[in-house]
Design a protein around this ligand. Structure first.
Ligand SMILES: CC(C)(COP(=O)(O)OP(=O)(O)OC[C@H]1O[C@@H](n2cnc3c(N)ncnc32)[C@H](O)[C@@H]1OP(=O)(O)O)[C@@H](O)C(=O)NCCC(=O)NCCS
Length: 162
């Protein structure tokens, strides 16, 4: 786990933490900023429950499994409050996918979401990957500001195993 920078805006001072694959400090010890134990996995569960539409009701065990399958995660903190999160999976060379990009409602519009995505894209796990994909329902305009383009020639397919 590496504390990488402070994000400043008019009314906030937010610390971004870049977690290596597995996010061991968060999963096993619940670490937050300054390596201080702060029940960070529980806070991630609460952030997703309260501010996402796609990741509500996920157990801590399943959250650990998905962090374990991610090559990098970024958490955003205001003091001991978890205010944002994002993660990525990748083969390390050709393709990567961003997942769970999220900023809690009160903290949106302060530049935190962009900082999270930029930190993921420039992390050692993704910096040399050829193409980065993501799926979004309503936030395409946000990602376009970061250089992403709509894939007009491709369609998304899925197999539901529920
Ligand atoms: C999308 C999200 C991560 C953006 O984070 P954020 O911290 O609010 O964004 P930033 O402050 O870094 O950037 C704000 C800019 O993005 C734009 N933006 C934010 N959400 C947008 C959306 N849904 N559609 C289009 N543009 C959007 C804002 O208009 C603003 O533009 P401006 O800088 O020209 O004023 C955040 O709004 C969020 O968590 N939304 C709910 C969850 C979600 O939809 N996540 C994406 C899943 S794929």
């Amino acid at each position: 786990m590496k504390i990488v920078e402070n994000t400043r805006s008019i009314e906030s001072k937010v610390t971004l933490i870049c977690h290596c694959g597995g996010a061991t400090g968060m999963c096993l010890l619940g670490l937050g900023p300054s390596f201080y134990p702060t029940r960070s996995l529980w806070k991630l569960q609460r952030l997703l429950d309260q501010h996402s539409s796609w990741a509500i009701g996920r157990s801590k065990l399943k959250l650990k499994l998905k962090l374990d399958a991610s090559v990098v995660s970024v958490s955003a903190w205001y003091g001991s409050k978890l205010v944002g999160f994002g993660r990525a999976s990748s083969d390390g060379v050709f393709r990567a996918v961003l997942w769970d990009i999220l900023v809690s409602t009160h903290w949106q519009g302060k530049g935190i979401g962009k900082q999270i995505v930029k930190k993921l894209l420039t992390s050692p796990s993704l910096e040399n990957v050829e193409k980065v994909y993501l799926m979004t329902t309503k936030s395409g305009g946000f990602y376009q500001q970061l250089g992403f383009k709509y894939a007009d020639t491709q369609k998304m397919l899925f197999l539901s195993k529920d």
